[in-house]
Design a protein around this ligand. Sequence first.
Ligand SMILES: *Cc1c(COP(=O)(O)O)cnc(C)c1O
Length: 379
Amino acid sequence: MTFPFLELATVNAPFMEEIQKRVAGVIASGRYVGGPEIDEFEENLARLTGARFAVGVSNGLDALRLILRAYVAMGVFPPGGEVIVPANTYIASVLAISDAGLVPVLAEPSAATSNLDLDRLEEYLSPKTCAVMPVHLYGRVCFSGALEEFARRNSLRIIEDNAQATGASTMTPDRGRVMTGNLGDAAGFSFYPTKNIGALGDAGAVTTNDADLARMVRALANYGSDRRYHNIAEGFNCRLDPVQAAVLNVKLPWIDRENSYRRKIAETYIREISNPAVMLPLLPGDAGEMVWHQFVVHTADRAAFTAWLEKNGVGWDSHYAVPPHLQPCYLGSGKIVSPHPLTVTERLAHTCVSLPVTRCTTVEDARTISGIINRYTTG
Ligand SMILES: *Cc1c(COP(=O)(O)O)cnc(C)c1O
């Protein structure tokens, strides 16, 4: 590939020297679970998001599972409670809900943004609804005054799936500019290696302003133990590894620089691609609302388009070609609910193509790739 989709060694190269020093420190310390790197990471993430509490955990799926299971353990959510979630998300959002003994209610996204349509949430409400899980898909903030109002009116919790939008922010009606991870009642983060800030393995975190929730999440991630040999709930082992915390302590301070870089590449595509067969993502009016975890275009004949990209040395991916409700684990399982046919979701899944938008792509590359795309014809 002349233009690789993503090569993690390239992404991490600028941080390697510092990472090696920090990781060597963890190895020499003799402290391999918990410890100062974890504390520092949690402080760093709380400071970045503005949330009062941050709890480092094993990965993004566990972050979401722990939030939902904590609300169940605290008696806030009844078993079988419903959680409204976009149907076109990575399956982890949905897995977290069904894992906690709750019911994912799959909602159609807005075709314009690929995010949950926040003006149509009423349609998914039932007496069993206990939460909404907006997913900031591709790094685009999914939040509005209407969502807050809907949640308040119906006593619902807002749980952000912030796996793809670390460092994004939006203007809120009451609180001015707020970072993702501090918009709702709780948020799950992923630092999987391919995310905007990635560890060198699995890592995740939960943020919240709710002291009780933070305490329960921390306990559940540590065998349900709130202090040594005292178990308040049947928990798990979902702790963040201090080696990964050390990596994240090196990379997290650079989140704005990394996101700005992605913005520059995305803006180049939007300026340069002019092929009517390729539908571009919307450029938000407020640049902070999009951190371009993926740059996703839509095209009717994906097979022909991606064959053209490959022939010209352009790497690509599809996020996500098969939506959760069509996966074998959920198909016909009775474990998910979808009040409406998921036509928009399925159309987006059939037509989405992600273009390279990371440090592996230069502005010059993005110009060349745009030219290749402009020469694509539908035959
Ligand atoms: C990556 C991702 C997750 C899961 O995170 P992991 O760290 O891979 O477990 C959850 N939701 C979304 C939207 C994601 O992109």
